[in-house]
Write a protein that binds this ligand. Structure first.
Ligand SMILES: [Zn+2]
Ligand SMILES: [Zn+2]
Length: 364
């Protein structure tokens, strides 16, 4: 006896080539088959949870930024995902039409059509969508001033970090959090930036950001950092949370400083760079100076002034290959000074720095 000759429900002959998911369904005649047939399997309602502050949507216990201003698109997507078209249907076409009832309710009018067992089928129905407003983890943390690391930007010795240095520290923190956000890390943000008399404090949402800021800052501006951990609390899931402090010590000297090196009679040095080790130029000769590896960016020296302290003065005469005469910018007396090789003798005026070490021509 063949399986599919008679309908097991009503006893009528089953159609030739009947479709069905199971052997029993395949055996049913069309009337019995369509009796409890749904073209579309659908939920009674769909709930969508969004963050009331940033508009992120919760999916599978994760928050995702969708960049949607209103939630119609989100509702359409959620309803579409929740609907299942019967596997036996062919030539399926469908459309949804959202009707905004109020701020948190959307009625999704859906229309589906398809061909099943050779018969065209149409189904129209409405799925209510409820928008639930909550606060995502990121917004909750921002509102609670959450932070997991602090970068303290300080300088060695008695100087305080310059505004260029603290400005760069802020920029680096923004760059790092922006690039983490761009790769989908929602919990990367700068919690707080505070100016201190001794420098700058950056509070950051993640220890990784703190470490990257400290590393990038010292790579660019020289100096070093160390880190220390303190157990502060437990997070939402009961995990222990350590807060890590990164103490950055920027070098004693910055580019533009004029320094007098200890135990050295080569004359003052204009600092050009403190990346890795201190590099500069001798103001007496114009020759390059570079601190050795052990000394790095911290040679023993005293600061004589900075490039900003320089004054333009008249180049009076060239004496020989080692000396020129300039006007002292304070006394206007003509004085003989060292002639560095960067000095252009065609210039009528040259920048000079008057310091404890005397008068020196700076590179222009
Ligand atoms: Zn039947
Ligand atoms: Zn949010």
């Amino acid at each position: 006896m063949s399986d599919a000759v008679f309908c097991p429900r009503c006893g009528d002959p089953a159609p030739e080539g009947a479709t069905g998911h199971t052997r029993r369904e395949r055996a049913l005649c069309n009337d019995c088959y369509f009796e409890d047939f749904d073209l579309v399997d659908r939920p009674d309602r769909v709930e969508v949870t969004v963050c009331a502050h940033c508009g992120a949507v919760e999916r599978d216990n994760r928050w995702e930024d969708v960049g949607a201003r209103d939630y119609t698109d989100v509702a359409i997507e959620s309803v579409s995902e929740a609907l299942g078209v019967h596997v036996d249907a062919e030539d399926v076409s469908w459309g949804v039409d959202p009707e905004q009832v109020d701020e948190t309710t959307i009625r999704m009018h859906c229309q589906f059509s398809g061909v099943v067992r050779g018969e065209p089928r149409v189904e129209e129905f409405t799925v209510p969508v409820k928008i639930g407003r909550q606060t995502c983890q990121r917004c909750g943390r921002i509102a609670g001033d959450y932070y997991a690391s602090v970068v303290q930007v300080r300088a060695v010795g008695d100087r305080t970090p310059t505004s260029e240095e603290t400005g760069r520290a802020r920029e680096i923190a923004e760059e790092i959090t922006d690039s983490m956000e761009a790769t989908g890390d929602r919990n990367a943000f700068v919690t707080e930036v505070s100016e201190k008399p001794e420098g700058l404090d950056l509070k950051l949402s993640d220890t990784k950001i703190g470490k990257n800021v400290a590393r990038k800052l010292t790579e660019e501006l020289g100096g070093a950092y160390d880190s220390s951990e303190t157990l502060v609390t437990e997070d939402e899931d009961g995990n222990e949370v350590y807060r890590v402090t990164f103490a950055v010590r920027l070098p004693a000297f910055v580019p533009g400083d004029v320094i007098d090196l200890a135990d050295d009679d080569g004359g003052p040095v204009l600092v050009r760079s403190v990346q890795g080790n201190l590099k500069g130029v001798r103001l007496t000769t114009g020759e390059p100076y570079e601190a050795n590896h052990e000394v790095g960016d911290a040679p023993e020296a005293r600061k004589l002034g900075t490039r900003e302290d320089a004054a333009e003065t008249t180049l009076v005469a060239v004496e020989d290959e080692n000396a020129v005469q300039v006007l002292d910018p304070e006394t206007y007396a003509s004085v003989t000074v060292a002639r560095p090789d960067y000095l252009d003798t065609d210039d009528a005026e040259v920048p000079v720095l008057k310091s404890r070490a005397g008068l020196h021509v700076l590179p222009s």
